[in-house]
Design a binder for this molecule. Structure first.
Ligand code: PPE
Length: 304
C-alpha cells in the first residue's frame, strides 16, 4: 500500500516537512529492530476528526518502550497532544497515525542502552487494509508455517519493530500462496493471531479469542470488541484455540486498528462461509462507534 505524502511529521517535539523527516542510515533501529511503534486511526465524525482509543494506544506505546528500556522523553499526554496537532495540521478528515520510538544515530552495537531515544509521529490516509471486498464478504486466511514468536523469545505483548519480521514472513507466505492473510499458531500449536490482527471465533453463539498468554498482542480493538460483545449480551471467553477450532467455527473474524473488523471466509481453503450474525453485529457497532454515531461510546473518541 503506497503512502500518500502529507504535510508534516512530528519528530521529537517539532513539526518537520514530510520530505525532511529522515534519519541517518546508521540509525541502530534500522539494523537491529530495537524500537517500538503504534498504529492508531482517526475517523471522520460529525464533530470533526476523532482519534479512536487515543490514550490506550499511547499507553501501550509507553508500555512497549518500558519493556525495551527505551525512555520516552514525552508523557502520554504530550504525545496525545502532538498527535491531535498533527491531525489538525494534516487537514485530513480520517487517517492512520504511526508513532515510532527508535534509537537515535550515534552509537552502534547490540547494546541499545547508550543510544538516545527518538520519537516520531506520522499520519497519512490509509484505506481498507484487507480490501473492501474482504471487509464485506470475508477474507481467505491461511495458517502459517511460521510459528508466532514466544514470550521468552521477544515479549509478545510489546509492539516492537523487530517482532514484525515474524508477521511479515507469515504475511508474504500467505499472499504468495494466494490467500489474503495469515494466521499464526504459537509454539504449542495453538491459534495466536493474524499477521497484524487479533482473531475471534464464534462457536454456538459464544465469542472466543485466544488469551494473552497464547502470545498475542493485547489489541486495543480486541478489547473494544470484547466490551461491545458484553454490552450486547454475547458470551465471551478467552480460551485456547486449536487449528481444528478454526475449521469448525460458525464464524471467525480479525480485529486490528489497520484491519478494523474483517470477517474470515475460509481458513486453509475450508469454508466458514458468509459473515455470520455475531460478526455482522459487532462490525456494525464498531463502524457506528468510530464514526461517532453511538453516544454510548463517546468515551472512545478523542475529537482533535
Ligand atoms: N496483533 C498484531 C501482531 C498487530 O500488529 C496488531 C495491530 C494487532 C494484533 C491488533 O492490535 P490493535 O491495533 O491494537 O487492535 N497491527 C498494527 C500494524 C499493522 C501494519 O500493517 O503495520 C495496526 O493495525 O495498526
Amino acid at each position: 500500500m503506497p503512502i500518500e505524502p502529507v504535510g508534516e511529521i512530528w519528530m521529537d517535539g517539532v513539526f518537520v516537512p514530510w520530505d525532511e523527516a529522515t534519519v541517518h542510515v546508521l540509525t541502530p533501529t534500522l539494523h537491529y529492530g530495537w524500537g517500538v511503534f503504534e498504529g492508531i486511526r482517526a475517523y471522520e465524525t460529525a464533530r470533526g476528526p476523532a482519534v479512536f482509543c487515543h490514550r490506550e494506544h499511547h499507553e501501550r506505546l509507553h508500555r512497549s518502550a518500558r519493556m525495551l528500556q527505551l525512555e520516552i522523553p514525552f508523557s502520554v499526554e504530550d504525545l496525545m497532544e502532538a498527535t491531535r496537532e498533527l491531525v489538525r495540521r494534516s487537514g485530513l478528515t480520517s487517517c492512520y497515525i504511526r508513532p515510532l520510538v527508535y534509537l537515535g544515530y550515534g552509537e552502534m552495537g547490540l547494546n541499545p542502552l547508550p543510544s538516545a531515544t527518538r520519537v516520531a509521529i506520522a499520519t497519512w490516509p490509509w484505506g481498507t487494509y484487507l480490501g473492501e471486498e474482504g471487509l464485506r464478504h470475508g477474507v481467505q486466511a491461511k495458517t502459517s508455517s511460521w510459528v508466532r514468536i514466544g514470550a521468552n523469545m521477544i515479549p509478545t505483548g510489546t509492539k516492537a519493530c523487530g517482532v514484525y519480521i515474524n508477521s511479515s514472513l507469515a504475511k508474504v507466505e500467505a499472499l504468495q500462496a494466494g490467500y489474503d492473510e495469515a494466521i499464526l499458531l504459537n509454539e504449542h500449536g495453538e491459534v495466536a493471531e493474524g499477521s497484524g490482527e487479533n482473531i475471534f471465533v464464534v462457536r454456538e453463539g459464544t465469542l472466543l479469542t485466544p488469551p494473552l498468554a497464547a502470545g498475542v498482542l493485547r489489541g486495543v480493538t480486541r478489547e473494544v470488541i470484547i466490551r461491545f460483545a458484553g454490552d450486547l449480551g454475547i458470551d465471551v471467553a478467552e480460551t485456547r484455540l486449536l487449528r481444528q477450532d478454526l475449521y469448525t467455527a460458525d464464524e471467525a473474524f480479525f480485529t486490528g486498528t489497520a484491519a478494523e473488523v474483517v470477517p474470515i471466509r475460509t481458513v486453509d481453503g475450508r469454508e466458514i462461509g458468509d459473515p455470520g450474525p455475531v460478526t455482522k453485529t459487532l462490525q456494525e457497532r464498531f463502524f457506528a462507534v468510530v464514526k461517532g454515531q453511538d453516544d454510548r461510546y463517546a468515551d472512545l473518541l478523542d475529537v482533535v
